[in-house]
Design a protein around this ligand. Structure first.
Ligand code: SF4
Ligand code: SF4
Length: 107
């Protein structure tokens, strides 16, 4: 199963592309300048559909990735989750260091 974009309603805002954990939503690499999902690397996570402001991404049960592509997509998603976690930890550490600095300046 995979997701697909109704390109007649897509406004190219890129929210879906920025959030997709498998990097399988494309825009710049196609002649048709509308966002497009490559179903071979879609892990069916629903993240893109939730962020789309036009509600134009839907679940299409007839689109089925081949097993090798799906396994590769899951690896990409795991790496994405690790990177996001590291980013959050980095932001938190920076925020905490700023709080300490501000508290130090106030005393
Ligand atoms: S359902 Fe998940 S993996 Fe599939 S295109 Fe949307 S965000 Fe990407
Ligand atoms: S989030 Fe929706 S409207 Fe925005 S680029 Fe993706 S499919 Fe198009």
């Amino acid at each position: 199963m995979a997701y697909a974009i109704d390109q007649s309603r897509c406004i190219n805002c890129a929210w879906c592309r920025r959030e997709c954990p498998t990097d399988t939503i494309h825009y710049f690499d196609q002649a048709n300048r509308k966002h497009n999902i490559d179903p071979q690397f879609c892990i069916d996570c629903d993240i893109c559909a939730r962020v789309c402001p036009m509600d134009c991404i839907s679940h299409e049960p007839e689109l089925v990735p081949d097993p090798d592509s799906l396994a590769h997509a899951k690896q990409r998603a795991r790496a994405w989750a690790r990177d996001r976690r590291q980013l959050k930890l980095g932001i938190r550490a920076y925020a905490e260091s700023q709080v300490v600095k501000i508290a130090g300046n106030g005393s």
